[in-house]
Write a protein that binds this ligand. Structure first.
Ligand code: UDP
Length: 486
């Protein structure tokens, strides 16, 4: 299907969706506050931005309309998810023929995001009935800042990862100055960097993997992050209280206002049954299965929305889980049916689930995670300790934060970075057994810490909490911008 023909289909789809599932005609922007949101085309980027949009419209009654711009492929993934009528989708063509390319060839995907989104995004803005008063765009879609500048539209850049990871890239010059870049990770991986403002000391091997894997991707990332101060606002998906030092240190340098809204997870859908619809195309028997398991007994395993580990490593994990005798729920995306057999009867393997709901289920006592930032925020919110299994990029420093700073998890691999050696089945069986031993002193301490962080994350969202205060302030900013324009 060509881009242009699928564009028509996608737009049709969304009109059908708006009229059927929302039961009302599409809202027109005229006379309202109008914001255009532009995420990077990936689950871990789209989810927090749409959650932010939902929170913003919920605070603005009918005054605010958000046009949420996704690639056609992403519309087919998220177009039927429930959303308020004042968020509407619009599409631009896919940056590459298929999202599948993304996991296979990350550099080409990133390159396509950098080079192929600007023009269609501008064309889309030209077609809008009313220009927006603000563009909210992912830090990793830097063209938004250029477009905003050309059109005199303020831009709020949203960072989809932790403030600490952002800050590491932002202070790249310090690493170079201190001769910590470039480095050979096999020789110097255990050296520690202790001078990034607000960040506790970090081993070189725990920096984002592109520091030692891809000079080109690293330079791209550093450029995108340093470009952020050309925007008018910088938004974080993190919980201020959990990264207060680094947030404040960054704020002292950043020439534009910063806001933290975390956790930007769909906590508002818990209990309303709406999020079940998101998983309705899949097997939702896992809800019933979880209901029938003892409290805290299930290990939930997920390695993210798009990356998968090698089949050989998946087989070792399956064999290790089976040998451990533990109960588990494993999201294995495309490998689910193959692994169901290998895993035996103790657990369930599913292709997808409603992750936040699963983590909040009382029978779930641990999360084996690839340490995507959203998964991490969800685990914190649920108060569930983690086994960290980062695969690449920011997942490695996030794992470090979980294990060393927050002390709510253990590493599956002692020395992280890109996995080269398989973690074997015996090691896995032994580790998960010890991790899920709820009676051990070490585990009890970890659970206690996880509950503390859970409390902090929930306090951030209630009246007077950092996230709540920032949301109210940002809603005021948006209406002020609209008033200035009209
Ligand atoms: N997710 C989900 N169901 C699954 C697996 C993942 O809903 O079975 C969601 C998860 O809740 C999170 C997002 O997908 O919000 C993944 O984002 P994250 O930043 O954790 O990782 P990424 O996939 O971007 O590496």
């Amino acid at each position: 299907m060509s881009s242009s023909s699928s564009s028509v289909t996608a737009e049709d789809q969304i009109h059908t969706h708006t009229h059927t599932s929302m039961g009302s005609a599409e809202i027109e922007p005229m006379g309202r506050c109008h914001v255009v949101a532009l995420p990077y085309p990936g689950r871990g980027h789209i989810n927090p931005l749409i959650n932010l949009c939902k929170l913003l419209v919920s605070r603005s009654s009918d005054d605010l309309l958000i046009t949420f711009v996704v690639t056609e492929e992403w519309l087919s993934f998220i177009g039927s998810e429930p959303k308020p009528a004042n968020i509407r989708f619009r599409t631009i063509p896919n940056v590459l023929p298929s999202e599948l390319v993304r996991s296979a060839d990350m550099p080409s995907f990133i390159d396509a995001v950098l080079t192929k989104m600007e023009e269609p995004f501008e064309q889309l803005l030209d077609r809008l009935e009313q220009p927006p008063s603000l563009i909210m765009a992912d830090v990793f879609v830097p063209c938004a800042v250029n477009v905003g500048k050309r059109r005199n539209i303020p831009v709020a850049a949203i960072c989809p990862t932790s403030v600490s990871v952002f800050s590491v890239f932002y202070h790249f010059d310090l690493l170079v100055h201190n001769q910590h870049y470039p480095f050979d990770v096999s020789e110097r991986g255990d050296e520690r960097v202790g001078y990034i403002p607000g960040i506790s000391s970090i081993r070189l091997v725990d920096l984002p993997t592109i520091f030692y894997e891809s000079e080109q991707l690293l330079y791209n990332a550093v450029e995108m992050i340093s470009h952020v101060d050309k925007a008018q606002f910088l938004l974080f998906t993190s919980i201020f209280e959990l990264e207060a030092h680094v947030f404040n240190a960054l704020k002292a340098k950043m020439p534009i206002p910063m806001y933290s809204f975390g956790p930007l997870i769909p906590h508002f859908t818990l209990g309303d049954g709406a999020s079940d619809q998101m998983a309705s195309h899949n097997d939702t028997n896992y809800h019933k299965w979880l209901d029938s398991q003892p409290q805290g007994s299930v290990l939930y395993i997920s390695m993210g929305s798009f990356l998968s580990v090698s089949s050989a490593q998946m087989d070792e994990i399956a064999a290790g889980l089976r040998a451990s005798g533990l109960r588990f729920l494993w999201v294995a995306c495309g490998e689910a049916s193959r692994l169901t057999e290998a895993c035996g009867d103790a657990g369930m393997v599913v292709p997808w689930c409603d992750q936040l709901k699963v983590l909040c289920h009382s029978s779930v006592g641990g999360f084996w995670s690839h340490c995507g930032w959203n998964s991490t925020m969800e685990s914190v919110f649920a108060g569930v300790p983690m086994l960290t299994f980062p695969l690449l990029m920011d997942q490695v420093p996030i794992s470090k934060t979980i294990v060393e700073d927050w002390r709510i998890g253990w590493r599956v691999m002692k020395r992280e970075g890109r996995m080269e050696n398989l973690v074997g089945r015996e090691e896995i069986a032994d580790l998960v057994r010890r991790f899920m031993d709820l009676e051990s002193a070490e585990r009890q301490e970890m659970t206690r810490r996880a509950r503390e962080l859970q409390k902090i994350s929930r306090q951030a969202m209630v009246k007077g909490g950092s996230s709540e205060v920032n949301l109210s302030a940002f809603v005021r900013v948006i209406s002020q911008l609209t008033r200035t324009l009209s």
